[in-house]
Design a protein around this ligand. Sequence first.
Ligand code: SAM
Length: 418
Amino acid sequence: ISESDELRAFEATGIYRLAESGAAFLDPVRILNASYRRFRLVPSAYYSRSFGTSRQGGEAETERTGEASPERKKRKRKRQRQPKPRELNEVERMAEARHQEARPLLSSAHKSLLKAKDLLEFLPRMIKEDVRMLDVESNLEKNLVELGSSWRAPLCEMTLCFQKSSGEDSEEGICHKTSTPLFNSTISIEENDDAEGEFQDRRYILPRRCCFLMTDLKHVRGLIPDNYNQGYNLIVVDPPWENGCVRQKVAYPTLPNRHFLYLPVQELAHPAGALLVLWITNREKLWKFVEEELFPAWGVKDHTVFYWLKVKPDGSLIGNLDLLHHRPYECLLVGYINLNKEAVRGSKFKFLEERRVIMSVPGAHSRKPPLQKLLSEYIPGPKPARCIELFARELVSGWTSWGNEPLRFQDAMYFFNK
Ligand code: SAM
């Protein structure tokens, strides 16, 4: 295959820009790998859904044999059955109108992906780049959510190991160790090298210059910077919205909408402006709550919509685009806090106005693709931008990650040594 410039750029950055539609295709594994110096993510672990392996990312579903559980088979059969035509109720009509508004954009993005033959030929290789498979039976992760809410949480300590090399003669691999409380305490890796954390016989990989705080929402105010000028320029929020699907899979605890009104988003935003990204489900009631209550409370203005369209490794959609309750896409609302359009005029900053589509092969249940690289030109304020993710389940170099399980995908079983 003769590789196009775009494919070469994709191999280097994890982003393939589809000029015809303005959409972008992402490889989260390549993007996340930029956070590490000595480690790499295991692609087959990230793309576990495409391998049909069990339990990774909270999906107690298809076993490695390819056999699905009886409940899963039943759900699939039910979905595939032709729905009897019936009148839509008022909420469904509103959801359908919103879908119809997005449909031409989604459809044109997908068509442009199907035309990118070099990328499509590359995708199966990208997913199966590494044949290492997780031994899911013996690799059960720690339940950090449960531990963090137990009486033992204040007693839990993590041992941080920093690799030291002092000059040419020194042996590689000498580890400098230090201990720190694991819950309710901010942990920062100041070094420009990855560190490792040990906790109750498990090892976690911590990217260089990352920072995390593992607490319940009750303690979220611990994130507010002491200094006004240390606010964040990019704030990504992926709340545990209440939703039938999450409850069914018991993937993580959820919270009623009103709890998110108390997130200190305003206090986290940089005074010179912040780009706010909010992941939202397709429920109509939720859109109304966000647009009428949550964004005004957080001070978010000028928002637009991004769509995350999920595809299989062969480029086809993971489901029928028009299936009412099972859309193959999720939405993100992207808006600004404290943005003074006059003050940023003439700078390299670009104001985000248009709707956009991003596409990728999904990872574990509810795991979202990383966005900073794609959004970098739209982030206001000083550079490098200060970035934070609220309700995070992984760490990123240069970011602060907060939630009740920000180490979830940092378990060493998801990584290999470079
Ligand atoms: N963005 C993440 C990703 O890409 O993997 C997924 C986030 S998931 C939608 C929501 C997260 O919020 C889960 O990790 C869940 O455990 C966490 N969460 C639920 N209740 C919480 C609480 N009271 N305090 C802090 N985090 C909470």
